[in-house]
Design a protein around this ligand. Structure first.
Ligand SMILES: Nc1ncnc2c1ncn2[C@@H]1O[C@H](COP(=O)(O)OP(=O)(O)OP(=O)(O)O)[C@@H](O)[C@H]1O
Length: 650
């Protein structure tokens, strides 16, 4: 025969195990340990109770622990809750309504308390004769004041005694129902008249994620505690709860009825447990959403910070007239939303100019996206530009947004626009004219607000004449044209940029101080820079990398350490600068000049000037600088050579 002191004879759990050492003072108290829940099983079950799983419990007996839907559900037949039709009963509907209402809560800080309020309202509607308290522990210390309370008009809710609370806070504790507890001091506390008139009690442990922000103080009901902070709550994350790692409740719901009211039934217990399950799940999902929102917020902040850092770095260096003209144009066009066409050789800084326009424009806080039209096949370029739907083509395993969508609100730079085929040019034109577009394989019309900056090193007008570039697109893109000059036409900007790159690389590579020698500078100035600024950058990077590791003081980067790919270097100037005593008669082009003993000094000078002029691509300022003469002197000499030639011809 079963030991009446045992809660669950099968599992050898005594009544004391459930209630602790102090146990039940009143031997008449009837206990039902109804639900022993594992987090993993939560909400895996329907909210309602299936008749096939229901079991009726006779008075004065204990039921084995079991989760809702685990076969341990209890239905109070007398209360008429057993439902053989399989249709939801009234309480199920109300719980469903509560679940929907909780599901609709957004993830703002106050929603945890809104969910708690919904829970209490639902329970109050289901059990009109009950007083209810919801508790959350800020730490593992004493019983806190209830965070939310429901009490009827003229009635006063009373907290449970500590000894009872310990039971629901024990690891893996179940929900409890106690009846006939009138006068039992271990199960209920006194009312204002010093009587213990509580007749039945339900306690349900809660496993809720840490409330996001303790706004509980705002608009709380009587008995709640203000001034708690989220960090004071025990560390419990939604993931931990989901994984079922946390088995100590960090809160509970306490429901009581007094001697004047109907006693709480098993059906009431089941409803309360289910409602609490829904509440905990809603809190978990709110917490997860809030974590996601926090991550999103942090990511946005990071992007904003990186953008402003980037904006600070987008500096178009140069003091030459030509670069100052470009800087002026950037400032002019940035304020407008007009399309810009950037022209210039490869490596001159077209992308940098596009970025400078973007970061100086009101679109600076939105994305700046670049796409090189030369790097992709026609089909890939279309999908990169406009995106594609899942399954649009082989390999399109997911939906993908295109660069137009990615640049929404910002700027899209289309580099090498001259490489775009005519079909795509037509599609691009439509978008530039304000028409919506569809992703490849899609039907949804997408509209974006994007400023397009196109760039090319090709002669688009010639392409228009040849029929390989649409004239209407050319006009649409060429609202404003900015020509980025080649480096060889920027004179002293070469050394300015070189010095900038030296200090940049020294810093990023963590090297000691370095500087360029005069000879190195002259070598740089004498070079025609077919690869423009990009090539200069690479040359300097190499020089910094190759500089001796053991340095004392400032390392001087000599001409010999400047490795140029083309052999067209003014070695004369360099040699003279590095070894002034070793004057040489080598031409600027790098070809060794044949110097016959009969050659006059004037002829030698003329040949040298023409060679240097050739090596700088006709850049007179640069030539003058290399030769170490004034620009006006060079002009005079060139005029004289032209006059001499004309005279010879006539
Ligand atoms: N005036 C400048 N000041 C500082 N850095 C520059 C300047 N011009 C170009 N650069 C640097 O030179 C490199 C090449 O520039 P960028 O990529 O903008 O050239 P591009 O004309 O767009 O080249 P491509 O036509 O090949 O795409 C980049 O590292 C860029 O930061």
């Amino acid at each position: 025969m079963a030991d009446p002191n045992r809660v669950n004879p099968e599992e050898d759990v005594t009544q004391e195990d459930v209630l602790g050492e102090q146990g039940i003072a009143d031997p008449d108290a009837e206990w039902l340990d109804i639900v022993s829940r594992s987090p993993a099983s939560r909400l895996a079950q329907p909210i309602g109770f299936s008749p096939s799983q229901a079991s009726t419990v006779s008075e004065s007996s204990f039921v084995s622990p079991g989760g809702i839907g685990d076969g341990g559900d209890v239905v109070d037949g007398e209360a008429g809750h057993a439902n053989t039709s399989g249709l939801p009963v009234k309480s199920d509907l109300s719980l469903l309504q509560m679940a929907f209402a909780m599901g609709r809560l957004d993830s703002s800080d106050e929603e945890f308390d809104a969910a708690a309020e919904l829970l209490l309202q639902t329970l109050a509607a289901q059990i009109p004769s009950a007083e209810i308290g919801l508790y959350l522990y800020v730490n593992d210390g004493e019983l806190p004041m209830p965070r939310h309370v429901h009490q009827r008009e003229g009635h006063r809710y009373r907290r449970p005694p500590e000894s009872l609370v310990r039971q629901v806070r024990a690891p893996g504790a179940s929900a409890l129902l106690a009846r006939n507890v009138l006068g039992d001091r271990t199960l209920a506390t006194e009312n204002t008249r010093g009587e213990i008139d509580v007749e039945s009690i339900v306690l349900v442990p809660l496993h809720v994620p840490t409330p996001p922000n303790n706004h509980a103080a705002d608009g709380m009901q009587e008995g709640t505690v203000a001034g708690r902070t989220a960090s004071q709550f025990p560390e419990q994350t939604a993931e931990q709860m989901q994984a079922g790692r946390m088995d100590t409740a960090n809160g509970f719901v306490h429901v009581i009825t007094t001697a004047r009211d109907p006693s709480l039934s098993e059906r009431d217990l089941a409803v309360i447990v289910t409602a609490c399950e829904i509440f905990c799940e809603a809190c978990r999902s709110l917490s997860q959403r809030q974590e996601l929102q926090l991550t999103l917020h942090q990511s946005r902040e990071t992007i904003r910070r990186l953008r402003s850092q980037l904006a600070g770095r987008v500096k178009l260096l140069g003091r030459s007239d030509k670069i100052q003209q470009v800087q002026y144009q950037i400032a002019q066009v940035a304020r407008s939303g007009a399309s810009v066409l950037l022209r210039g050789e490869s490596g001159t800084g077209k992308e940098l100019v596009a970025s400078a326009i973007h970061y100086a424009s009101p679109r600076a806080d939105s994305p700046m996206v670049c796409l090189n039209c030369a790097a992709l096949s026609k089909d890939l370029l279309e999908s990169e530009l406009f995106g594609h739907e899942k399954g649009a083509f082989t390999g399109a395993t997911d939906q993908k947004k295109g660069k137009f969508e990615a640049a929404s609100g910002g700027t899209l730079m289309l580099d090498e626009i001259g490489e775009m085929n005519l079909d795509l040019q037509a599609k691009l034109l439509r978008v530039l004219e304000g028409h919506p577009f569809e992703r490849v394989g899609g039907h949804e019309a997408i509209r974006v607000d994007v400023r397009v900056v196109a760039a090319t090193h090709r002669d688009l007008q010639a392409m228009v004449r040849a029929g390989t570039f649409r004239q209407d697109l050319f006009y649409r893109l060429n609202v404003i044209e900015i020509v980025v000059p080649p480096l060889r036409e920027r004179g002293r900007d070469i050394t300015l940029l070189a010095e900038h790159f030296v200090s940049t690389f020294v810093q990023t590579m963590g090297r000691g101080p370095m500087k360029l020698t005069q000879g190195a500078m002259k070598k740089l100035l004498a070079y025609p820079w077919p690869g423009n600024v990009r090539e200069l950058r690479n040359v300097i990077e190499r020089a910094v990398v190759m500089a001796p590791l053991e340095l004392r003081g400032t390392h001087e980067i000599t001409a010999d350490e400047i490795m140029l790919t083309r052999a067209v270097v003014n070695e004369t100037a360099v040699d003279e600068a590095e070894n002034p005593q070793r004057a040489s008669a080598q031409p600027a082009s790098g070809r060794r000049m044949e110097v016959s003993p009969s050659m006059s000094l004037a002829k030698l000078e003329r040949e040298h000037i023409q060679n240097v002029l050739k090596s700088t691509g006709g850049n007179k300022s640069q030539t003058a600088s290399i030769l170490g003469i004034e620009r006006s002197t060079l002009d005079r000499k060139l005029k004289r050579y032209a006059a001499e030639d004309a005279k010879t011809r006539s």
